[in-house]
Write a protein that binds this ligand. Sequence first.
Ligand SMILES: Nc1ncnc2c1ncn2[C@@H]1O[C@H](COP(=O)(O)OP(=O)(O)O)[C@@H](O)[C@H]1O
Ligand SMILES: C=C(OP(=O)(O)O)C(=O)O
Ligand SMILES: [Mn+2]
Length: 555
Amino acid sequence: MVNRAHHHDEFEKNQFLGKELQHFSQAGFDLDRIHIRRNAPVASLYEEAIMNEGAVISSNGALINFSGKKTGRSPKDKRIVFEDSSKDEIWWGPVNIKMDEHTFEINRERAIDYLNTRDNVYVFDGYAGWDPKYRIKVRVIASRAYHALFMNNMLIRPTPEELADFGEPDFIIYNAGQFPANRFTAGMTSTTSVEINFRRMEMVILGTEYAGEMKKGIFSVMHYLQPVKFGQLSLHSSANQAKSSEGQEEGDVTLFFGLSGTGKTTLSADPNRLLIGDDEHVWSDTGVFNIEGGCYAKTINLSADKEPEIFGAIRFGSILENVVYNPADRKPDYDDVSITENTRCAYPIEYIPNAKIPCIANRQPSNIIMLTCDAFGVLPPVSRLTPEQASYHFVAGYTSKTPGTEDGILEPSPTFSTCYGQPFIVLHPGRYAKMLAERMEKTKADCWLINTGWTGGKFGTGKRCPLKYTRAIVDAIHNGSLAKAEFENFPIFNLAIPKAVEGVPSEILSPEKVWPSKQAFQSEVEKLGGMFQKAFAKYEDAIGEDVKNAGPVFA
Ligand SMILES: Nc1ncnc2c1ncn2[C@@H]1O[C@H](COP(=O)(O)OP(=O)(O)O)[C@@H](O)[C@H]1O
Ligand SMILES: C=C(OP(=O)(O)O)C(=O)O
Ligand SMILES: [Mn+2]
């Protein structure tokens, strides 16, 4: 137990109102034993993470934490409870594995029993969703100060008044990640378990301390609630908005879709634009809003030079995860991947200088950008999509998995991750695709496919499209010049490739020209086209003919 000054103790106890405490005893918390610390000050979470969890303060002021054995998500251990209120809505399958209600009860009890053995139990109450019409109140209950601080950064932080009136949460996370699941419990296949129960509106985490499970867990909840309860479209995307500068139309909104590692966070942090959010959004009837109150950036090879906004956001209050530091001066070494390639920083969104607070735009998007990280080096750095092609690519979700974000992924591996976020969707992909198509049709947004991955050859031979060129492409979309470009056809996929983009060498725009041999290129394009067809076939029945016809066509 930390030897805190007495007045700190009293202050923090008073953060909880009597009525709130009742919820905890009803849930089985032993209030005579444990000390509940609700929305504790960031500084005190620092202290306790340092004293009890091996965290250290880095030279930039951020808190470096370690998540233990699991340094990425565990998709094979993520389950949804099979129960009457939600069972007919859920897309059961590899990403939404069934769990019975009884097993959930056992794991929930196990989590609470473990939390009852602690001196301190950390609670964070906050919101998910910046639009008050569609937001939910989330309570996180965790055994580690690190996890409370992480969600302090990632959820929307309530004002003191909102906290005083918080009342009952809409959703609760029980995070006992330090304690394993019991392998003799029916349905458990490992010591890790991440599970959501939509009847109880609860999530239980056992056997993984990777903090990203919590933020992506809430995202799954929103992927259920937004379409089903609110009729709104949740998306794995970042979003930003034009300031009144540089030929951009003031206020125009761009969505960047993409699986992990494709560039949502990097490209949405743009000095010329206001950041709405880096990862989870809802395209509502009235505009776009962020689900989160913070960002979760990758820090692998991070430099102040290439990514100044993100680099500058790493300071007091930010959480660095699994980042190696130099003991002599406590400087983080972002090039060191000896713990994992999935090193991260979680910071409150206002740490980005151009953040738009509240993170909401009462305006429909003008540009939809689909980010793909092509490990085959076949797709062009940028192409223009028809609305049908945009729907096709959204459903196919072609990209690569980034090393480290999921347990067991060691190098960029090609995948078809439907909706550019298969691990997080809860309903059939066709339902999100239909809502997206309706919204694109209504707003007539321009659609683009950007390959932030390899160009001119496969992973291992070609090279990743330099960030400065991708940024130049995004600038050309935003200043309207790309829409006016001359286009040529990209074979088989029938994508429109611009012949020139300001700031980008023309020869890289057409992959055919950078590939060592025309024949090798042709055969890789065909191979990839075939992979698309096979991946799309799974969803064909739920998607219209016009969209199906927008995919690769072999002469
Ligand atoms: N052309 C590029 N476009 C975007 N990111 C790039 C590019 N080349 C390299 N990167 C790197 O790839 C990573 C993209 O990660 P990030 O923006 O966090 O993706 P996401 O938010 O979609 O998970 C960053 O580490 C970034 O520095
Ligand atoms: C946090 C994740 O993704 P992203 O990089 O998209 O934030 C993740 O996939 O666990
Ligand atoms: Mn991201």
